[in-house]
Design a protein around this ligand. Structure first.
Ligand SMILES: [Zn+2]
Length: 423
């Protein structure tokens, strides 16, 4: 039976216009926005939900999540020591928390195959969860960063084979570790502090070409100018974390429409709450210093000012970075002047994020024909981005899934709408 309801008198932030629209009505038929306009006269039998004084905006995106991690322990340790079942339990809880936080779509960048399986479970109606674009295990050099949660592979032929296997197993995108990272985990190799690209030019080109060939976008962990230069030249779609970019790299990013997902909250949360997660003062000191500097992240700030595409993502799953950290991440875009105003950040967590994820034809904007993923908040997020924390109501494909920070009890979800996304 067709279900119709009208959200009435909304202050609407539609995800793409630079200003809100007052006194808007949204007619939702089953999973989809049928009409978005003023003074809609709904057909008889339509349920009316009056949201006067409240703001409606698209469901939020977290473009950098790791469902299989628990937001508490060191990521290397949990990746190696958790059983598959334990990782699955963590992902179930994270999916629930994402919905409660108003996050209706995520890009999972891999802890083994957990993100892919979580996506499948949502599609099959086994559990509730956000829409998931899953990268599967990150591809890394032997012993490279993320070897403990990824696939170690070397050489162009090996890489081509790996990409084909991943496509066969149904990844939505590919993530590659393009530079190494130094960190305190016992599972990080000692040689991890080089700024050089992790893969050779031939390896990286093969990886990106083969993934594109098979219709998958490629994103990468790249935290040095040298690494960023290589991957941009090789045609990467997105850079996670960010770094300083040379003028030449930035020009190319603008030309190619390359995205950056800065993931500032992971370090910010570590600086502020790392002691609760077992980090010592000695380990935390450099992080605290970096984040206390108002000029922090100047490379990404410069790129953003030049017009490079930016989307919001947290690195959820890392110690101190739970699904709710999305709003912290949005705050940090403003705090470090990566964004000029709250509307820009909201667009980066909705319509812009949808473009990055390749689902902008389905979600990310509130307009007729789009799937009805949206949230309702009681205070204006343009006054204070913190007003996005735990929305009054969260809807996914026209169905309310959470209310005031609590999931609504359901045993089955909406396999059909989710399948649209996963094909
Ligand atoms: Zn990550």
């Amino acid at each position: 039976m067709t279900k119709r309801y009208l959200i009435k008198n909304a202050r609407l932030i539609n995800g793409f216009d630079d200003h809100p629209h007052e006194a808007m009505d949204l007619l939702i038929v089953d999973s989809t926005f049928e009409a978005v306009d003023r003074n809609i006269t709904p057909p008889e039998g339509t349920e009316i939900v009056d949201v006067s004084g409240r703001t409606v905006l698209p469901g939020l995106f977290d473009c950098h999540a790791h469902l299989g991690w628990d937001n508490i322990q060191d990521v290397g340790t949990q990746s190696v020591e958790d059983s598959v079942a334990y990782g699955a339990i963590k992902s179930t809880l994270n999916m629930r928390r994402f919905l409660e936080a108003g996050v209706t779509t995520i890009r999972d960048l891999g802890v083994h195959w957990i993100g892919v399986e979580a996506r499948n479970a949502v599609i099959d109606g086994i559990t509730m969860g956000p829409r998931i674009l899953a990268a599967g295990p990150p591809i890394t050099t032997t012993g490279g960063h993320c070897w403990w949660c990824g696939t170690e592979v070397d050489g162009a032929d090996g890489i081509r084979h790996t990409i084909r296997v991943m496509a066969k197993r149904g990844v939505d995108l590919v993530k590659v570790i393009a530079t190494q990272a130094a960190s305190g985990s016992k599972y990080y190799p000692g040689s991890a502090s080089t700024s050089n690209p992790a893969y050779s030019w031939k390896e990286m080109r093969t990886l990106i070409d083969e993934a594109h060939n098979l219709g998958r976008k490629v994103t990468c962990h790249a935290t040095t100018p040298e690494g960023a230069h290589q991957v941009v030249k090789a045609g990467i779609d997105c850079i996670e974390h960010g770094t300083d970019f040379t003028e030449k790299t930035m020009e190319r990013m603008l030309e190619q429409g390359t995205f950056v997902v800065p993931t500032m909250s992971v370090g910010w949360m570590k600086a502020h709450f790392g002691h609760l997660h077992g980090f010592t003062d000695e380990e935390l000191q450099p992080v605290r210093k970096r984040y206390a500097d108002p000029e922090y992240n100047s490379g990404v700030r410069k790129a953003a000012a030049a017009g490079v595409n930016i989307a919001v993502g947290t690195d959820q799953g890392s110690p101190g970075t739970p699904p709710e950290a999305l709003v912290t991440e949005m705050f940090l875009h403003l705090h470090y002047r990566i964004a000029a105003n709250p509307m820009t950040v909201i667009q980066r967590a909705t319509a812009q994020a949808a473009i990055l994820c390749g689902v902008d034809h389905l979600v990310g904007r509130i307009m007729p024909g789009m799937l009805a993923d949206f949230i309702v908040v009681s205070q204006d997020p343009l006054d204070d981005i913190e007003n996005l924390r735990f929305p009054d109501a969260v809807y996914q494909a026209g169905k309310q899934v959470a209310s005031k920070g609590h999931l609504l009890a359901e045993t089955t979800f909406y396999p059909k709408a989710a399948v649209v996304l996963a094909k």
